[in-house]
Design a protein around this ligand. Sequence first.
Ligand SMILES: Nc1ncnc2c1ncn2[C@@H]1O[C@H](COP(=O)(O)OP(=O)(O)OP(=O)(O)O)[C@@H](O)[C@H]1O
Ligand SMILES: [Mg+2]
Length: 254
Amino acid sequence: MSYKLEILNVTKTFNSEEGEIKALEDVNLSVNCCEFLCILGPSGCGKTTLLRLIAGLDYPSSGEIILDGKEVKDPSPDRGMVFQEFSLFPWRTVIKNVTFGLEIQGIDEEEQYRVANEYIELVGLKDFKNCYPYELSGGMKQRVAIARALATEPAILLMDEPFGSVDAQTRNVLQEELLQIWKRTEKTILFVTHSVDEAVYLADRVAVMSARPGRIIECMRINIARPRKRTSVEANVIREKLLTLLSSESLRIG
Ligand SMILES: Nc1ncnc2c1ncn2[C@@H]1O[C@H](COP(=O)(O)OP(=O)(O)OP(=O)(O)O)[C@@H](O)[C@H]1O
Ligand SMILES: [Mg+2]
C-alpha cells in the first residue's frame, strides 16, 4: 500500500463556552508511505485535534486532509488509532477487544479470531488473550490497544501519546517493540509525544508544533542509523535542538 498523507493549510476552531478556540492554524505536513513521523509539541497545542482530523473523527474548519489522493471525510479502516487514554472496553476480554474492529466490518467469526490471534501474538500477549483489561498492567493494556488498531490492517497508524502513562522502563520496551512491529508490517506511523527522547529514538522525522494555535514550526529529519543508541552524541545534538525549540514554545503559553 503506497499511501501518502497530505495535510494542507488545515485550521481548526472550536466553539466553547469561552468563545472561539483556535486549536490549529494553517498546518501543512506531508507524510510518506512507511514513514515514522513523530509530532512533538507543548500541551494544548492541538496534537490530539490533528490526529482526530486525520482519523476522520472531526472535520477541519478549513483546509484539507488528503490520503492516497482522496479527501478524508470519515473514519475508515485504512487509519487505525491508539488513543491518549486507555481506551479498552473493560467488559471485553483481550481477544474480544482486538476483534472489535473486525466485527464492525462484518468479517466472519473464524477469520476475526485468526487475525486477532496473529496480532495478539505479535504484541506478545498470547497467554493473556482471555483476560479482562483489569487483569493487565498498563504496558500490557497499551499492547492490546496496538493489536486492536493493527487488526483491521490500516495503512496508517495514528498513535496519541500511547506510552505516556507507563513507567520509563516499560516505555523503552514498548518503543523497541513498536519499531519491530513497524519494520515487520511496513506501516506509516504518526506518533504524538511530549517526550523529546522518545521522538529522537523512534522517528524518521520529527514535526515540532508551536503553542496553540498549533502550527508546524520545524520538521527535523533524524539521520541516525537504527538500531539507535539512546545516549549517543548525535542523539544528544538533536535532542538539544528540539529542547530549545520546545522550551521557547512552552514559555509562550506559560
Ligand atoms: N471538542 C472540543 N471543544 C472545544 N475545545 C476543544 C475540543 N477539543 C480540543 N479543544 C481545545 O483545543 C486545544 C487543543 O487541544 P488538544 O487536545 O488537541 O491538545 P494536545 O496538544 O493534544 O494537548 P495534550 O498534549 O495536553 O494532550 C485545547 O485548547 C483544547 O481546549
Ligand atoms: Mg492530546
